[in-house]
Design a protein around this ligand. Structure first.
Ligand SMILES: Nc1ncnc2c1ncn2[C@@H]1O[C@H](COP(=O)(O)OP(=O)(O)OP(=O)(O)O)[C@@H](O)[C@H]1O
Length: 218
């Protein structure tokens, strides 16, 4: 398993968010998570990456128990094994497109310009590497974020509403790039979404509720 979550429960102060969450994700698998607004989908995704803490239960990422790792240990594991795609793109405005995509490699001390240009090509941005983010459309920005999430070939991609800011046509193209590139690189994909269309290609669709997570396809 690339990700193994067992009996996870989370509160904010006295407010319970979710409990009894179990999830196993196999290498290369595509799992979609749906659920009502505020039920804790983003919080769960953050727990998967060790960006947030939980109250009970365990999270194992790439065979390592996140609960036993220091913040630095979590950060190193995340850098190596996880790629993120967020709704709000999170590209750095002062870096050009190629530099944004190269960031995860830079943080790992790897220099691989060919990988960066291959990734840009793969998401249809082959000619735009020298542009600044402000010179791109929303759909193009999200494809930059996808290229950046995949460039270091992480075992797990975590995507939080990656098409939430896009029109339906652009959203479909961005999802296609995300799913196709994850499959091509053998990365598992965990996608949080409100979009039923985005769940169509998933191996599993899970429904998060405050009392746990169940199969949404019944
Ligand atoms: N830092 C925080 N402190 C206190 N409460 C928080 C914090 N972050 C989130 N919450 C609360 O925890 C709950 C879960 O939030 P979360 O963003 O994970 O939900 P979500 O299912 O992703 O929602 P949406 O679909 O609207 O994005 C919400 O009720 C939210 O208000």
């Amino acid at each position: 398993m690339i990700l193994r979550i067992s009996g996870l429960a989370k509160h904010y102060g006295t407010m319970p968010v979710f409990k009894n969450v179990h999830l196993d994700v196999k290498p290369g698998e595509f799992v979609a998570i749906v659920g009502e607004s505020g039920v804790g989908k983003s919080t769960l995704l953050n727990c998967m990456a060790g960006l947030d803490n939980w109250d009970s239960g365990t999270v194992e990422l790439a065979g390592q128990n996140l609960g036993t790792l220091s913040d630095d240990g979590r950060a190193l594991l995340r850098r190596e094994s996880v790629g993120f795609v967020f709704q709000a793109f999170h590209v750095l405005p002062h870096l050009d497109v190629a530099q944004n995509v190269a960031l995860p490699l830079l943080l790992l001390g790897r220099h691989a310009p060919d990988r960066v240009s291959a990734m840009l090509q793969a998401v249809g941005l082959g000619d735009l590497g020298a542009r600044l983010p402000q010179q791109l459309s929303g759909g193009q920005l999200q494809r930059v974020a996808i290229a950046r999430a995949l460039v270091h070939q992480p075992a797990l991609i975590l995507a939080d509403e990656p098409t939430g800011n896009l029109d339906p046509g652009t959203a479909a193209k961005v999802m296609e790039a995300l799913v196709h590139q994850s499959r091509k690189h053998g990365s598992a994909l965990v996608l949080v979404t409100h979009s039923l269309a985005a769940t169509e290609q998933a191996n599993r669709v899970l429904h998060l509720r405050s009392e746990g997570m169940t199969d949404a396809r019944g």
